[in-house]
Every structure is written in structure tokens, then in C-alpha cells.
Design a protein around this ligand. Structure first.
Ligand code: PEP
Length: 254
């Protein structure tokens, strides 16, 4: 596919997979994706499997991501994990502001902005999730929700940090529901998001920044979504839990 930006596919395993199951999955992924070099491939296991998955992917082009991290570097924050701890396992990416964390852990844009800065200071690349609910879309509020989230999460970054940040457009109504945004809906939102990056930063940053689509991506819809000019990869939940479907999403997109 002819795009300046390298596509990036990340599998968000959420709260699934024991260590043994995680190792089986990456074993199969390494076989299925052994010859794929033209895109970035990231797996985001639960924290408990990071250490073993990290060792297992050493001999592959698959990279490691985490699903969240603390905004603090260390200290009395029971249950939290700091960026520096993720780095101990050669973690390269971290998902921040996923809609499930916004919903269940009540994460705000202000908190996500702090986490973004903490990630960058540890040289972790954040994948920051934004997206509207069904009610917001139906009320015609998609653009204003995206604008609020982008301004709230990204305004404090330097241009260099923004270029190393991945935005994931994840309409909440499409996550885990089987409902996918149409390619046209995805393109419209991605183009709008890129425009917001122009306003906050500049044209060069916006041209370089990668914007993934997430929400019920499957092998059957990946190609059309990825062929949109502003869609630069996918953040995949359910379909990343099986090697065959995650690998097919990637292979069908290149
Ligand atoms: C996600 O949770 O980031 C996601 C996109 O999930 P799913 O692919 O299952 O919709």
C-alpha cells in the first residue's frame, strides 16, 4: 500500500491470556508473520505476561506494548506500574486513555496528558485513544468530542513528542460490538484528527503522525479501512487474541 507513513498494527489483548497462553499466541504469530517487515507490529499483553513475551519476541520483528501505565515515576501508588518498570522488559509502546479505562477507571484527558508526558520521558511511544460514544455521534458531536480529547491529551507535547505519538481513533460504539465504522466514517474522522494536529503543531508533524483505526477490525474489513489515505494501521482487540485473525488483518492490509 502506497503511503508515506509506515502502517502500525497493535494487538490489545486486554485482560486475557495466562503466561502460557500468551506464549502460545506469540509463537504462532512469529510463524505467521515471519516474512512481514514493511509494517510495525506490536502486541500488548497484560502486565503479567510482559516478561515472558518480551523474551519470546526477541528473535522477531514484533514489538512489545503495555496497556496502561502510571503518570508517576515511583512511590506510594499501590497497584500501579511506572514507565521505567515497563522499560525493564524492553517495552516500546504503551496504550493510554483506552475508552475502557476512561469508562471504568474514570480516566480524564488531564490524567492521560500526564501519562503521555511520563511515557515520553521514558522513551515509550504512547498510543493514545480518542473516540466518541454512539450518543455523541448521533447528536452530531463527534468532531467536538475529538477536539476536546485531542486538545486535552496532546496540547502539552513538544513537536518531537507528537511525532513519536500514535493516535488511535476508536469510536466507542465500534469497540467489541462487531459494528465497524465504514471506511468513509473512519477516513472522515482521521482527516479531522490530522487537521487538529496541524492546528496544535504544524503541517509537518501532522503529515508524520500515525493515526490508527480501532473498533471491530477483522480480516474481512481491514483492507478497505487501511486503504483510506489517513488511516495508518489498526488497534485490534478481539481479533488480536488469535494468531490467525491478527496475522490476516495485517497480511490483508499490505
Ligand atoms: C480495542 O479495544 O481497542 C478494540 C479496538 O477492540 P475490538 O477490536 O475488539 O473492537
Amino acid at each position: 500500500m502506497d503511503k508515506d507513513r509506515k502502517l502500525i498494527f497493535a494487538g490489545n489483548w486486554k485482560m486475557n491470556k495466562t503466561v502460557a497462553e500468551a506464549l502460545d499466541l506469540v509463537h504462532d504469530l512469529k510463524l505467521d508473520l515471519a516474512n512481514v517487515r514493511e509494517v510495525d507490529i506490536v502486541v500488548c499483553p497484560p502486565f503479567t505476561a510482559l516478561a515472558e513475551v518480551s523474551k519470546s519476541i526477541l528473535d522477531s520483528s514484533i514489538r512489545l506494548g503495555a496497556q496502561d501505565m502510571s503518570e508517576h515515576n515511583f512511590g506510594a501508588y499501590t497497584g500501579e506500574i511506572a514507565a521505567g518498570m515497563l522499560k525493564e522488559f524492553s517495552t516500546r509502546y504503551v496504550i493510554l486513555g483506552h475508552s475502557e479505562r476512561r469508562q471504568y477507571q474514570k480516566e480524564t484527558d488531564a490524567l492521560i496528558a500526564q501519562k503521555l508526558l511520563a511515557a515520553h520521558s521514558a522513551s515509550l511511544k504512547p498510543i493514545v485513544c480518542v473516540g466518541e460514544t454512539l450518543a455523541e455521534r448521533e447528536a452530531g458531536g463527534t468532531n467536538s468530542v475529538l477536539e476536546t480529547q485531542v486538545n486535552g491529551c496532546l496540547a502539552g507535547l513538544s513537536k518531537e513528542q507528537m511525532e513519536e505519538t500514535i493516535i488511535a481513533y476508536e469510536p466507542v460504539w465500534a469497540i467489541g460490538t462487531g459494528k465497524t465504522a465504514t471506511a468513509a466514517q473512519a477516513q472522515e474522522a482521521h482527516a479531522y484528527l490530522r487537521g487538529l494536529v496541524v492546528e496544535l503543531f504544524d503541517e509537518t508533524v501532522a503529515r508524520r503522525v500515525r493515526i490508527q483505526y480501532g473498533g471491530s477490525v477483522k480480516p474481512s474489513n481491514a483492507r478497505e479501512l487501511m486503504s483510506q489515505p489517513d488511516v495508518d494501521g489498526a488497534l485490534v482487540g478481539g481479533a488480536s487474541l488469535e494468531a490467525r485473525s491478527f496475522a490476516d488483518i495485517i497480511k490483508n492490509s499490505i
